[in-house]
Ligand binder design. Structure first.
Ligand SMILES: Cc1cc2nc3c(=O)[nH]c(=O)nc-3n(C[C@H](O)[C@H](O)[C@H](O)COP(=O)(O)O)c2cc1C
Length: 173
C-alpha cells in the first residue's frame, strides 16, 4: 500500500468485527512498530499484547469504561521504558525520549494496521495506576497508549484538521 494512502485512510476505529487476528499478522505489525526511530536507537519501548477476554475487560474499565476496547480481538499497550533510555540520556531520556520512542512506535503500529486491513484507535484516557496493576508493570515502564486492534466494523467519516496555515510557521513562529 502507498504510504500516503495509508496515512490518509487511517481513522480511529471504535467498533470491531469478532474476526480474530492471526498471530503472524500481530507479529508483523509489532515488527513495524519497532522500526520507528528512537533516541540513540535504544528502542525505549515495550509492547504488551493482550488477548485474554477478562484482562481486556479490566483494561476497558481502567480506560474510563471505554467498552469498545474489550471488543477488539487484540489490545496492545505501548509502554515507555524509562530505564532503557535513562541509561544513556539520564533525566531527559527518562522523561522525554522514552515517551517519544513509545509514541513514534505507536504511530508505526497504527499505520501498519492499515496495511493489514486492520483498524485501531489510540486510547490515552486511562487510569495509569489501574493499568499498571492489571499488567504488572515495573516502576520504570510507563503506559502511554492503549491500542485496541481488529477488523473494522465501521467506516467513520474523516475528522477535520486545522487549516495548515494556522499551524505551520515558516522560518519563525
Ligand atoms: C494522545 C491521544 C489520546 C487519545 N485518547 C483517546 C481516548 O481515550 N479514546 C478515544 O476513543 N480516542 C482517543 N484518541 C483518538 C482521537 O480522538 C482521534 O485520533 C482524533 O479524534 C482524530 O480522529 P482520527 O484518529 O479518526 O483521525 C486519542 C488520540 C491521541 C493522539
Amino acid at each position: 500500500m502507498d504510504l500516503r494512502e495509508a496515512i490518509s485512510s487511517r481513522r480511529s476505529i471504535r467498533s470491531f468485527s469478532p474476526q480474530q487476528v492471526d498471530r503472524s499478522v500481530i507479529d508483523r505489525i509489532l515488527l513495524d512498530a519497532n522500526k520507528a526511530p528512537s533516541a540513540g536507537n535504544l528502542q525505549a519501548r515495550d509492547f504488551i499484547v493482550v488477548t485474554a477476554v477478562e484482562v481486556k475487560k479490566k483494561i476497558a474499565e481502567a480506560a474510563l469504561n471505554q467498552a469498545f476496547i474489550a471488543e477488539a480481538p487484540v489490545v496492545v499497550v505501548v509502554c515507555a521504558n524509562k530505564a532503557r533510555s535513562m541509561s544513556k540520556y539520564g533525566r531527559r531520556g527518562a522523561n522525554l525520549y522514552s515517551i517519544l520512542d513509545a509514541a513514534l512506535a505507536a504511530q508505526n503500529l497504527m499505520l501498519s494496521c492499515i496495511n493489514e486491513g486492520l483498524g485501531s484507535c489510540y486510547v490515552g484516557a486511562f487510569n495509569e495506576g489501574k493499568v499498571r496493576k492489571i499488567l504488572g508493570l515495573p516502576k520504570t515502564a510507563v503506559p502511554v497508549g492503549i491500542i485496541p486492534i481488529g477488523y473494522p466494523d465501521e467506516n467513520p467519516i474523516p475528522t477535520d484538521r486545522l487549516p495548515i496555515e494556522q499551524i505551520v510557521h515558516w522560518e519563525e513562529w
